[in-house]
Design a protein around this ligand. Structure first.
Ligand code: ADP
Length: 260
């Protein structure tokens, strides 16, 4: 059985292929065309593995660009796919926090990775990868450097969470001589508090699985642990959780079809 999950995100397109219970994956920037990015990353990974599209039994598309994937057999929401992927990557977790380029979500799950409830912010940039990218650019750094900058620093209290106002506040703080690391630590704390309020709306949480590209930020992970008072685990394939969930769902559809 050869199945695939394609997660076309606002920033990155991720593909997971499952062949005989082995996972293969690849990610690349989405760019301006979600449709093209999805098809390109899917075909590239298939070709690396020595397969062609016609050999794939079932494809599930997810992410904000899922509806534009003409080659997918089914489109499934990100919430369902992230929950399923995260539950597979970290068995026993009861809450998933996903922070991607354009949104952040908290998903309460059962031990099979089924969604019990969720809360989502996709209305403003605050608390998303985009927000951190804007701040990193303002500081003259890469987003991947924010974690180290903030490590061990005391967070500076910040007033603005709106991406636009936060940018001007950061410029002002830099101009008045404040330490970059303390500013970033303060931003991480505001993001963690915002996420904690989403988690709080879903009731208390046990172990938390942190996914999405932003989960690579170790200082933010620690900050979330402090604010939530719970263990926060980042799986190695954190950015692939949605695509992995989609591929696992594709596997389920395929087995069902073979039985019928
Ligand atoms: P989407 O599904 O919306 O495309 P992803 O889950 O793929 O989002 O995550 C993309 C985001 O991950 C980008 O906004 C980027 O800022 C962030 N990111 C990628 N690498 C890192 C890193 N090393 N540290 C912090 N953030 C990162």
């Amino acid at each position: 059985m050869l199945v695939a999950g394609v997660d076309v995100g606002s920033v990155a397109t991720k593909v997971v292929i499952i062949k005989n219970d082995t996972f293969y994956y690849r990610a690349a920037p989405t760019g301006w065309s979600p449709r093209e990015a999805g098809a390109k990353v899917f075909k590239e990974l298939l070709s690396d593995l020595g397969y062609v599209e016609e050999q794939v039994d079932f494809v599930v598309g997810t992410g904000y660009g899922r509806v534009s994937l003409g080659f997918a057999n089914k489109a499934v929401t990100e919430i369902t796919c992230h929950a399923r992927g995260a539950a597979y990557l970290v068995p026993g977790g009861s809450m998933v926090i996903d922070i991607g380029g354009q949104d952040s979500k908290a998903i309460k799950i059962d031990n099979q990775g089924q969604v019990l409830d969720f809360a989502m912010n996709d209305k403003c940039a605050a608390g998303t990868g985009r927000f951190l990218q804007v701040i990193a650019a303002t500081l003259g750094n890469e987003v991947s450097e924010l974690s180290e900058l903030a490590a061990g620093k005391s967070p500076l209290a910040l007033n603005s969470m709106c991406a636009v106002f936060a940018e001007s506040e950061v410029i002002g703080l830099l101009a008045s001589g404040h330490d970059k690391g303390e500013i970033v630590a303060g931003l991480h704390q505001s993001i963690a508090r915002r996420i904690a309020s989403m988690v709080g709306r879903l009731g208390s949480s046990g172990r938390v699985t942190f996914t999405g590209g932003v989960a690579r930020n170790e200082s933010l992970r620690r900050c979330l642990e402090d604010v939530l008072g719970a263990e926060v685990i980042v799986p190695q394939m954190c950015q692939m959780a949605g695509a992995l969930g989609a591929a696992l769902i594709a596997q389920g559809y395929c087995s069902q079809r073979n039985i019928l």
